[in-house]
Design a protein around this ligand. Sequence first.
Ligand SMILES: Cc1ncc(COP(=O)(O)O)c(C=O)c1O
Length: 396
Amino acid sequence: MDIPQAQRLQRIPPYPFREINALKTKMIAEGAEPIDFGIGDPDMPTPDFVIQALAEAAQDPGTHPYDETGFGIPEYQQAIARFSKRRFGVEVSTAGEIQSCLGSKESLVHIIWAYIDPGDVVLVPDPAYSVYKVQTQWCGGAAFPMPLRAKNGFLPDLGAIPRSVAKAAKLLFLNYPNNPTGAIAPLHYLAEAVDFCRRHEIILVNDCAYSEVAYDGLQPPSVLQVPGAMDVAIEMHSLSKTFNMTGWRIGWAMGGKPFVAALSRCKSNVDSGTFMAIQRAAIVALDRYEEWVPQMQAEYQRRRDAFVSGLNSLGWNLQPPRATFYVWVPVPPGYDSASFAADLLRRCRVLAIPGAVYGEHGEGYVRFSLTIKGRDKLAQIDEAITAMRENLRIAW
Ligand SMILES: Cc1ncc(COP(=O)(O)O)c(C=O)c1O
């Protein structure tokens, strides 16, 4: 049968990492396993105490039916409220300001479906995680790019957004700590963004998927720390990167009640919530955050330091990123992002993602993820740097 796909599906590209995964699989089949700095999926296991909590909860038949609460079981919501208070000093109410989600991707998708009609405008960072733009287009909306430039610390210049665009926009996406640039947003920037959104009547969607992957003692802020942010903002959180739980599909949204209600209405028509045993395990994860997170951070920090100093020994002049497990590296002269990534793979067996995958303003960069799969990580970093030293002819 040759049944055409819906036009809305034909309008959007395949999910970028599908193609990168296919390339990697092909290399492995040909016997040339790459050193994989590709997808940002933690290579370390979920903490034992979380697995243990899941095993126990899964034994209880009470966790097996649908979660009929719609917002997540009350105990999970309470654990989120405790975490938010402890970590950010932010009080969130379990009566309508929290929504359990299937990771943060799902909440990001559904907030767009909840608000965007054909022709509506969404302000989207560029470069960025693909979901904000693709889902906007899927809904028939227009994604207006906000360039992330090195000279602005990879923060959107809100003053550069034309008045007419700001007036038309319904949603503005921010993501700090940032994928792919590794940048962070200070609280005063988030306060400016809240003010901008209030003045232009825009909902601020803050993607906090990497809020806990930070170094040197840094604690990235929540936008809800800004006084009055609940009036304009909703923030998406995830256990994926914090607790090495990407496959578990659990996270939450928190923010202003109308936004949480719209998200909830949208998602309840699509999915039926997270397995309640996983919610119970997530409670344990959040409650034992302090005993886990420092070791996760220390491990990436070791890799970050080894990788960045290796690159600097080859002639780069990089500051180590202060958060995320991404290193956003300008390509050497004579390359664009695709040709540099291709040379890395062909000549050095090093897999990195061309920055242009993340948008027009990602051109000129490649992204390395420190979530390296397989054997000794520092040894693989060393091999990658050696391969680059021996096989690339970089003319600085
Ligand atoms: C910026 C950003 N937001 C959200 C996500 C989604 O993660 P999850 O759905 O596992 O929480 C990712 C995943 O890589 C991401 O990079």
